[in-house]
Write a protein that binds this ligand. Structure first.
Ligand code: MSP
Length: 710
């Protein structure tokens, strides 16, 4: 088993705003990496953005700017998001970096020189949206199978990678990957190389696909159709297919194919044991990716590497999708959930825990904010947070605020079971009665079943709560202080174990828990974790609740509750404030209550109101207007095919970046107006804050762009 773990996420397309589906993959990779480190492995973690291709080119043209400026702006939405969600990648790679372009061109040249890329006259069905050709057979009802959009018949010269040559070798590698208990080392021998696809059901899907003859892969796009890509070094009338470029990022990131190290702000892959960084980290890699991009990863990528004479990736893990009402979340459906707004409302640790605990790795799961609130309240606030709070309070009250040294006595049956369970979870060695389906942490975490790892750890927390109830130290302390000391010491030890095991999901809260229970050494590798190492006499620290409870108010209920109060605009604002603010104890609710009541206007007939065409729109871009303190220039998607430019006087209350990817309410049938020399085609609905400044309104949950408002 190798002691190194290189983990990657897909590099995200910059033309999309990050949503909870993207956030999940990176949070999962981040937590998996932390578990590996906890189990003693050296780790390296890479994420980044995929910046070439037709969609990016088109998006830039729409904005009237060049693609490089566009991607320089947009990649930051991803790069800046990860630290907000507690993710700590070593490197953020961008495919427009010169060092990556050099790698892609080197790979292309090598394959061309070896005769593994050839020119062919080709005719097929081309999908602009999917940026690829399809065969007649692959079309679904004559449309692109990926996007469902129309395709066009195109005939042109293109360059093909002879992928079909590697079909049998790939099948053999994937079949080897289905064997249980494989060593993690990749073999340099093509006869023994392994591609493990997790979960195994997905490996069988790929094998099913590979039962059909494999086509060669078209890896070029004529520049007359697409300019925004990496030029073929042997024909400068063409750029390369965006996937050929994107997949190579995994090699560039660790210095393969002569890549330069990453720029400032990244931790370059360290070289170890006299090897180069690439030899150190490749191919002991695990690619995390969504099930929709498994074919590109499990078929294109290993065959490209085979042709380049490089080892194939050792493992890939395909995740399921986050769904909204059983439908995949996507920008085009306008049902995306923003990770940043959830983080702002509930905090990054709660969001991380929810994403990791709620979705069984590899399967789909429905997203709902209500489920997030429920998870927080039951697991984090009730079970874990209260446990820590209660034990510390007992130590403060009865043991001078110190960890009581454990007296030399036999623990109660319940306590004995909790100790055995906790030790077994970490060490996996003790025989255990009634452990149910739990597995030691090293097994579930190293197999990436992180939902199980968390569930099993929370079972330890529940055991400890049970011990507090059955051993009742708050009572025994009066007549048998040693009995209480014994219980409290071991419950604190259990908390120390749980905090270690939860630390990959809750990196900040775990450290805080350890600090509060008097453990000054931070999170230690599991191999060094021994029950009984917590020293008696250390001071415990009281503090505010670790995980405040939230009150869940369904959006419809909150709107209805607010409606009778202050008229439509103010009512919606107050409703949203109460929903968000109640549990969090944030200022939103209070602020809304303090606003002076605006005098009511005289009654009007409903027909007056219904003449205004009110719509929901998605903010695609937001920027300040030079020389204007109040105005922002917004591009808003109202589901009309083309975004609208709307100017709104909200610059004093909201930063442009905070509006990106959010839905707003718009009066869509006002005549165009010129402001500061710019045309505005519509008006944003806003509420006035206490100082009369404009605060934009947002729907309580995502609805399709262009939805009517009444
Ligand atoms: N740029 C390519 C990846 C190239 S990797 C060499 C790409 N980008 S993407 O931004 O469209 O998607 C990135 C990842 O987000 C994919 O793994 C995809 O499965 C994932 N998700 C997008 N929507 C998702 C959900 N609703 N739920 C979970 N993950 C989903 O593809």
């Amino acid at each position: 088993m190798t002691d190194r773990f290189y983990v990657t996420t897909p590099i995200y397309y910059v033309n999309d705003r990050p949503h909870i589906g993207h956030a999940y993959c990176t949070v999962l990779a981040d937590a998996a990496r932390r578990y590996q480190a906890l189990c003693g492995r050296r780790t390296y973690f890479v994420t980044g953005t995929d910046e070439h291709g037709q969609k990016v080119e088109q998006a830039a043209h729409k904005r009237g700017i060049d693609p490089q400026t566009h991607v320089d702006e947009l990649h930051a939405a991803f790069k800046n998001l990860w630290p907000e969600l507690g993710c700590d990648p070593d490197q953020f790679i961008r495919t427009t970096e010169p060092r990556h372009k050099a790698v892609v061109q080197r790979a292309l040249q090598q394959l061309w020189d070896a005769g593994l890329i050839v020119a062919r006259e080709f005719e097929g069905w081309y999908s602009t949206a999917a940026e690829r050709f399809w065969t007649e057979k692959e079309l679904v009802d004559g449309k692109c199978p990926d996007t469902g959009l129309p395709v066009v018949r195109l005939k042109e010269k293109n360059y093909f990678f002879l992928m079909s040559r590697y079909q049998q070798r790939l099948i053999a590698a994937i079949e080897r990957g289905l064997q249980p208990r494989l060593p993690m080392e990749q073999s340099a021998d093509p006869e023994r190389e392994v591609l493990e696809i997790v979960p195994p059901g997905r490996a069988n899907e790929v094998l099913g696909f590979l039962r059909q003859p494999l086509q060669d892969l078209c890896i070029s796009r004529p520049k007359e159709r697409l300019k925004w890509g990496i030029e073929l070094p042997f024909d400068n009338d063409y750029v390369t297919y965006v996937w050929f470029d994107a997949l190579l990022n995994y090699v560039t990131a660790v210095g393969g194919l002569g890549a330069d190290p990453p720029g400032a702000g990244n931790r370059a892959a360290p070289a170890q044991d006299g090897r180069t960084p690439f030899e150190t980290w490749w191919p002991s890699v695990t690619h995390f990716l969504g099930k929709d991009i498994l074919t590109t990863h499990a078929v294109y990528w290993p065959t490209m590497l085979m042709a380049l004479g490089l080892p194939i990736p050792r493992r890939m893990l395909a995740t399921g999708w986050w769904l909204i009402d059983d439908t995949k979340m996507s920008k085009s459906l306008g049902n995306v959930v923003s990770p940043l707004s959830l983080k702002d409302k509930y905090g990054s640790e709660v969001l991380r825990y929810f994403l990791l605990r709620e979705m069984p790795v590899g399967q789909d799961a429905n997203f709902s904010e209500e489920a997030l609130v429920r998870r927080n309240n039951s697991d984090l606030a009730n079970d874990l947070g209260n446990l820590v709070q209660r034990v510390i309070a007992l130590c403060v009250k009865n043991f001078d605020g110190k960890v009581p040294p454990p007296p030399d006595r036999r623990p109660s049956a319940a306590l004995g079971e909790a100790i055995a369970y906790g030790t077994w979870l970490v060490n996996g060695t003790l025989p255990l009665q009634g452990s149910g389906m739990a597995q030691p942490i090293v097994e579930t975490a190293l197999q990436f079943k992180l939902h199980r790892t968390l569930a099993d750890t929370m079972q330890l927390v529940q055991h400890l709560n049970g011990v507090l109830t059955s051993d009742a130290p708050f009572k025994t302390v009066r007549e048998d202080k040693d009995a209480a000391a014994l219980t409290l010491y071991h419950v604190l030890e259990g908390i120390r174990f749980a905090a270690h095991l939860l630390s990959p999901a809750l990196p900040v809260a775990s450290l805080e828990i350890l600090r509060r229970i008097g453990w000054a050494h931070g999170v230690k590798p599991l191999a060094g974790l021994r029950w009984g190492d917590l020293e008696g006499g250390q001071s415990v620290v009281e503090g505010p609740p670790l995980f405040p409870k939230f009150e869940w108010i369904a959006p419809a209920a909150s709107a209805a509750a607010a409606a009778p109060g202050a008229g439509a605009g103010a009512g919606a604002g107050a409703g949203a404030g109460a929903g968000a603010g109640a549990g969090a104890g944030a200022g939103a609710g209070t602020g809304a209550e303090a606003a002076p009541a605006a005098p009511m206007l005289p009654d009007v007939d409903i027909s007056v109101f219904s003449q205004a065409d009110l719509r929901v729109g998605l903010v695609l871009s937001a920027e300040p207007i030079p020389k204007s303190k109040k105005l922002l220039k917004l591009q808003i998607d109202l589901g009309e095919g083309q975004p609208r430019q709307i100017l709104s006087g909200i610059a004093e209350t909201v930063a442009p970046a905070d509006l990106l990817g959010k839905q707003v309410l718009v009066i869509a049938n006002l005549p165009p107006r010129l402001m500061m020399g710019l045309e505005s085609r519509g008006m944003l609905l806003v509420a006035a804050d206490a100082e009369g400044k404009r605060v934009p309104l947002h729907p309580a949950r995502a609805v399709p762009n262009g939805s009517g408002v009444n």
